[in-house]
Every structure is written in C-alpha cells, then in structure tokens.
Design a protein around this ligand. Structure first.
Ligand code: SF4
Length: 152
C-alpha cells in the first residue's frame, strides 16, 4: 500500500511558525490515517527551528530569510533532507504538503517581500522531493492524489 508523506501541521501538530494548530479536516485524511498510510513530518521543525518562530520567506535569490533578517536557508535545507530521507526509508512516492509554505508549498509561495503577496513557485522541501521524482500535492488537489494511490 502506498504511503504518503504529509505536512505535520495537517494532522494538527503544533509546528506552525505562529504556534497555532490548523488541522486539515478531510475525509481522505481520516481514511488514509486509518489505513496507516500517513508518515508525518514538519521540515522546519526537523531542520531545528523552534515553534513559534518568526515568519520566513524565500527570496528571489533562493535564500530563506526570517522577518528578523536571520538567514535560515541551512535549516530549511536540512529539513528538506530529512523529508527526503523519510521518503527513501518508506519508499514513499507521494507527498501531501501545505500550500504556500516556504518549505511545503507546491504551486505558490510568498514573494519574499513580507507583504502577503504570493507568486508561482515551490518550497524548499517540495523542490528537493520533486527532484527525486516524488509527486507533491497540496490541500487544493488532494483528490488528484487519491486517484493515483494503489489500494492494495
Ligand atoms: Fe506545516 Fe510544512 Fe510549515 Fe511545518 S514547514 S508548519 S509541515 S507547512
């Protein structure tokens, strides 16, 4: 049975930058959880960042910078590597990650200006996973993922 790497915040884990819980309530999540398909990870926590933490955005030069000016690119890359290692450990081919996050975004990210403006792009973890042929979906196309999963 195909396993799925899932953003830990989707399961209600307190890992978001602002410390808020924002569970993704969806019948497919309930079903996949019962089937034991879900392997959860927060790449930013795995990369060593605390919760809460200042918001961070990907800059046009690819670096990840917090609102405080701290460069956290290495922590983000380290979290992405942890995500990839988990996928390799469990032979995971699919990921369901939170849209627009600088780690987990798969179609859009914030533009780096901290003005709440989104642009087309992907987060650091998504980029690494896709580079290794792992298909990344978000809360916006979860049904598409469901169609690809093997039932057996
Ligand atoms: Fe959720 Fe990903 Fe942000 Fe962690 S890095 S809080 S899993 S969106």
């Amino acid at each position: 049975m195909d396993k799925i790497l899932i953003s830990a915040c989707f399961l209600g884990e307190k890992v978001r930058y602002n410390g808020e819980v924002k569970r993704l309530s969806h019948p497919l999540i309930t079903q996949w959880s019962k089937q034991g398909r879900l392997i959860s990870l927060c790449p930013e926590s795995a990369g060593g960042l605390p919760t809460p933490r200042p918001p961070a955005e990907k800059q046009p030069n690819g670096q990840i910078i917090m609102t405080t000016g701290r460069n956290v690119t290495q922590a983000f890359l380290s979290g992405a590597q942890r995500a990839l290692a988990l996928c390799q450990q469990y032979q995971i081919k699919y990921a369901l990650l939170k849209e627009s996050s600088p780690s987990c975004g798969s179609s859009t990210v914030y533009d780096g200006s901290f003005t709440n403006k989104k642009i087309a792009g992907q987060g650091v973890t998504t980029e690494l996973l896709r580079h290794h042929n792992i298909l990344v979906f978000s809360e916006n196309n979860i049904e598409h993922l469901a169609k690809l999963l093997k039932t057996g």
